[in-house]
Design a protein around this ligand. Structure first.
Ligand code: GDP
Length: 500
C-alpha cells in the first residue's frame, strides 16, 4: 500500500509541476507535379540531415541528439518519424511515383491524395471545376494534422504557378487556410516558369492568376525561378541539359538552409515569425529573392571557398540567385530587407565582419528608410551531401533571402508582357471561362499586378525623396552661399540697368 501511495503522489506531482515542453510545428503541403517532386527532394535532404532512414527510423547514433527536427516530423508510437505533410495532385501518376518510390514508407498513405482527372494546365480547372471536390478532402486532412499538433508555427506550401493544379488548387487551399487559420503564417515556395522548361502555352495566364492570389494569401513567397535555376545548372554546375531532378536538388539545398534554424537548435535561430517581421515591411511586398553560395560542381572541390567574406559576397552576385532579373542594377534595385542564414562552423564575429564589409564597400544598396536591413541566422550543422547531388560538398555555406525591388520585373517583364500579348487577342480565354471562371478575373488580376509594380516603385521613389532631402540638409550652407551670391549678382545687374 505505501508503494502504491507513493506512486500516486509522484504522478500527481509530475502532472502539476512538470509540464511537457510545447512543440511548435510546421505543416507542409505539396500541390501538383512540381510541388510534389520538389517536396521529394526536400524530404530526402531533411532525412539525410537528421539521420532518418527510408523507413522513418532514426539511426541509433542520432537518438539523443537535438530533437528540434520534430517541428517537421511526427513520431509514431512505434518510433517511426513521419513528415507532417500532405501531398495532393488532381491526377494519379505523380502520387503513384511517390507510393512506389524509395521514400514511400516514410509518408503516411492517408496524406497522399490524388484525383482521377488532371487540371490540363488550366488554373480555372484547378481552382473551380475539377479542384473543388479535392479542396474539402485536403482541408479535412489539414484539420487532422492541426489537431495532432501542439501549436502550429506555420504552413509551408510548395507548388508551381505555371501549371493548373499547383496554381489553381494551390490558390484555393491558401485561401481556405487564410479563412480557417487566420493567425497562422503561410510561407510559399513558388516555382515560376522558364521558357526553357515550359510545359504549356497558357503559363502566363496561370502564373498571373496565381500571383494575384498569392498577394493576398501568403505572408512570404520564395520565388524559385526555373529560368535562373536552369542557368545555374548549365553555367555553374556544367550540366548541359538540366532536368527537373537537377533543379529540385538545388531547390532542396536552399530550402533546407532556409529552414535549418527551425529544424536545429542553434545560437542565432530564426523561426517563421522572425522571417515575417524582418523581411516584409509591407504586407503585399513579400516576394523574396534567394541566393546561395558556394555553388560549385563536384569535380571542382578544390575551388570551394572557406572564407566567410567570400561566401557572403558570392551570395549577393546575381549569377548565384534563384531568380533571374533582366539587367540587375545594384544602384537602382534596392534591398528593403535581407536575411542571411549561415550553416557550418561560423563565428558570429566573422559573419558581422563580412556584413560590415559588404556595407562599407557598397556591395548592396538598402532603401534609405531601412538602414539596418540585416537579419542573421547561424546554424553550426552544415547541409548534408547526398550521393545524387550535382553540387560539391561544403562545410559552410550562406543563403541570402532578400526583399529586393527588382522582383517586380519578374512579374511585369516576364509574366505581364506575355499575358498582354495573348489577352489582347482573348486567345485561349474560352478554356478558362468554360471551367467556371469569369472573364473579369483576368482584368482584375492584371490591374492588381500593375498596382504591385507601382508599390515597388513607390518604395524607391520615397528613397529618392529621402536622398534629396539628405543632400539638401548636408549642403544647406552651400545652398545658402549660392543663393546669397545670386541675390548679389541680381542687385548688381539691376543697379547697372537703372544707372544706364
Ligand atoms: P500542375 O501539376 O498542374 O500544377 O503542373 P506542374 O506542376 O507540372 O506545373 C508546370 C510548371 O511547373 C512548368 O513551368 C514546369 O516547368 C514546372 N515544373 C514541373 N515539374 C517541375 C519540377 O519537378 N521542378 C521544377 N522546378 N519545376 C517543375
Amino acid at each position: 500500500f505505501p508503494f502504491f501511495f507513493v506512486q500516486i503522489i509522484s504522478s500527481l506531482f509530475d502532472q502539476i509541476f512538470i509540464t511537457r515542453k510545447e512543440m511548435r510545428e510546421v505543416l507542409t503541403i505539396e500541390v501538383g507535379q512540381a510541388g510534389i517532386q520538389m517536396g521529394n527532394a526536400i524530404w530526402e535532404q531533411y532525412c539525410a540531415e537528421h539521420g532518418i532512414d527510408r523507413t522513418g527510423q532514426r539511426k541509433e547514433a542520432n537518438k539523443n541528439r537535438d530533437t528540434s527536427f520534430k517541428v517537421f516530423f511526427e513520431e509514431t508510437e512505434s518510433g517511426q518519424f513521419v513528415p507532417r505533410n500532405i501531398a495532393v495532385d488532381l491526377e494519379p501518376s505523380v502520387i503513384d511515383d511517390v507510393k512506389n518510390g524509395p521514400f514511400a514508407s516514410i509518408f503516411h498513405p492517408e496524406y497522399l491524395l490524388n484525383g482521377k482527372e488532371d487540371a490540363a494546365n488550366n488554373f480555372a480547372r484547378g481552382h473551380y471545376s475539377v479542384g473543388k471536390p479535392m479542396l474539402d478532402r485536403v482541408m479535412d486532412k489539414m484539420r487532422k494534422l492541426v489537431e495532432r499538433s501542439d501549436n502550429v508555427m506555420g504552413f509551408q506550401m510548395a507548388h508551381s504557378v505555371g501549371g493548373g493544379t499547383g496554381s489553381g488548387l494551390g490558390a484555393s487551399i491558401l485561401e481556405r487556410l487564410t479563412v480557417d487559420y487566420r493567425k497562422i503564417p503561410k510561407l510559399g515556395f513558388e516555382v515560376y516558369p522558364s521558357p526553357n522548361l515550359s510545359t504549356c502555352v497558357v503559363e502566363p495566364y496561370n502564373a498571373l492568376l496565381a500571383t494575384h492570389s498569392l498577394l493576398e494569401n501568403t505572408d512570404v513567397s520564395f520565388v524559385l525561378d526555373n529560368e535562373a535555376l536552369y542557368g545555374i545548372c548549365q553555367k555553374q554546375l556544367r550540366i548541359q541539359k538540366p532536368d527537373f531532378d537537377n533543379l529540385n536538388r538545388l531547390i532542396a539545398k536552399v530550402i533546407s538552409s532556409v529552414t535549418a534554424s527551425i529544424r536545429f537548435s542553434g545560437e542565432l535561430s530564426v523561426d517563421v515569425a522572425d522571417f515575417l517581421t524582418n523581411l516584409v515591411p509591407f504586407p503585399r511586398l513579400h516576394f523574396m529573392t534567394t541566393g546561395m553560395s558556394p555553388i560549385i560542381p563536384k569535380m571542382n572541390v578544390s575551388m570551394i571557398p572557406v572564407d566567410v567574406h567570400k561566401i557572403t559576397d558570392d551570395c549577393f552576385k546575381p549569377q548565384n540567385w534563384f531568380v533571374k532579373f533582366t539587367e540587375f542594377d545594384p544602384d537602382e534595385d534596392r534591398y528593403m530587407a535581407i536575411s542571411l542564414s549561415y550553416r557550418g562552423n561560423i563565428q558570429p564575429r566573422d559573419s558581422s565582419n563580412a556584413i560590415q564589409w559588404l556595407k562599407d564597400n557598397n556591395k548592396i544598396r538598402l532603401v534609405e528608410w531601412c538602414p539596418t536591413g540585416f537579419k542573421v541566422g547561424l546554424n553550426d550543422v552544415p547541409a548534408a551531401t547526398l550521393e545524387s547531388d550535382d553540387i560539391a560538398a561544403f562545410d559552410k555555406n550562406a543563403v541570402m533571402i532578400a526583399n529586393n525591388t527588382a522582383i517586380s520585373r519578374v512579374f511585369t517583364k516576364r509574366i505581364a508582357q506575355k499575358f498582354d500579348l495573348m489577352y489582347s487577342q482573348r486567345a485561349f480565354v474560352h478554356w478558362f471561362v468554360g471551367e467556371g471562371m469569369e472573364e473579369g478575373e483576368f482584368a482584375e488580376a492584371r490591374e492588381d499586378l500593375d498596382c504591385l509594380s507601382q508599390e515597388y516603385l513607390d518604395t524607391c521613389s520615397s528613397c529618392y525623396s529621402h536622398f534629396f532631402f539628405f543632400f539638401y540638409k548636408q549642403n544647406i550652407v552651400v545652398v545658402c552661399a549660392v543663393m546669397f551670391v545670386l541675390t548679389k549678382c541680381f542687385d548688381f545687374f539691376f543697379e547697372l540697368e537703372i544707372r544706364s
